[in-house]
Design a protein around this ligand. Structure first.
Ligand code: UVW
Length: 315
């Protein structure tokens, strides 16, 4: 019986039952009509950034070790017409089709709130049996149906530390995030959608093999006060350019992935991982505008634990 997480997080805040026992979108409830309009009012320049990482890259896609790269294949194209397998429509129109086989967390994605749990209990106090076969609670569909719109703030931790990308194993906490925001000259406000750049995606594209050989990405780490900080800041959605949104191994913490437990399972903060933040971060450094309207929705897949998304930031 593993009790480390339970012990570590004893007395840590939770939002269970705050929005009703059936709730499946957690802190997205903070994104009410006022919060949505606050996000839209940040738009000043008409610049658009898409935040999904390209997938099916011939050089590989960054991947949790237990997952495999998405496999895309043409099932119909000019060759199948040449071979006589496909026939043009009356009038001559032909078309190409393809399929994909993938882990739903195998690219930029949203996780449902029931995606990770401990003590046999998922978000909002539901039994972990709700994950068996198909998510009957805490899947990604309610998030997909609601959509995510609000004021996004990018905290560029790599730039804050004067680096192209943070080192493997490098950690930061809520106090570092506050210092980064101050240095960038952006005021973090309750209800802001939080995007954190570590530069990991750029590091992966620079050298995929070296990245995968020593897979311990940099990231947010568990420290006393961090859960309370997320709670006070009413963070609806945490988005990073790493596989797990938190450092994979911190010898100072007695359990792996404690923020999945404390933030996703207990507080109901929605997680988005593997985002492409390079172009947005470059532009923020140029114009000094680190806040924007953030808009995203994962795919509407019934019963899924998570789903791909291509979020959009508009300045
Ligand atoms: C794990 O961390 C296991 O999954 P995800 O990266 O989707 O949260």
């Amino acid at each position: 019986m593993h009790a480390e997480l339970k012990n570590l997080l004893a007395g840590s805040p939770t939002n269970w039952a705050r929005w009703g026992e059936a709730d499946e979108v957690g802190c997205l409830n903070y994104l009410d009509q006022n919060a949505i309009l606050r996000g839209i009012r940040t738009v000043q320049q008409g610049k658009v950034f898409t935040l999904q990482a390209t997938m099916c890259d011939p050089n590989g896609d960054p991947m949790w070790p237990a997952r495999q790269q998405p496999q895309r294949a043409n099932v119909q194209d000019k060759s199948t017409y040449r071979d006589g397998v496909s026939r043009p429509f009356q009038g001559g129109l032909e078309y190409a089709d393809d399929t994909i086989s993938m882990y739903l967390q195998g690219t930029t994605h949203y996780d449902g709130l029931g995606h990770a749990w401990y003590d046999d209990t998922t978000w909002n106090g539901h039994h972990a049996d709700t994950t068996i076969g198909s998510m009957t609670h805490g899947g990604v569909l309610p998030i997909a149906e609601r959509g995510v719109v609000g004021r996004g703030v990018l905290l560029d931790m790599a730039r804050h530390r004067g680096k192209t990308w943070l080192d493997a194993d490098e950690t930061f906490d809520h106090e570092d995030l506050t210092a980064c925001a101050q240095q960038q000259g952006v005021a973090l406000e309750p209800g802001d959608i939080l995007l954190i750049r570590t530069g990991s995606m750029a590091r992966y594209r620079h050298d995929p093999k070296a990245y995968a050989d020593k897979l311990n990405e940099p990231g947010l780490t568990y420290r006393p006060g961090i859960v309370e900080w997320f709670d006070t800041m009413q963070v609806p959605n945490l988005i990073t350019d790493t596989i797990a949104n938190e450092v994979l191994d911190d010898p100072a913490v007695p359990a792996k992935l404690p923020l999945h437990a404390a933030l996703m399972r207990n507080l109901g903060v929605v997680f988005t991982e593997l985002a492409w933040l390079e172009d947005l971060a470059y532009d923020c450094a140029l114009d000094g505008q680190y806040s924007f309207c953030y808009i995203a929705a994962p795919l509407k897949i019934v019963g899924a634990t998570g789903a791909p998304a291509n979020p959009v930031a508009i300045k």
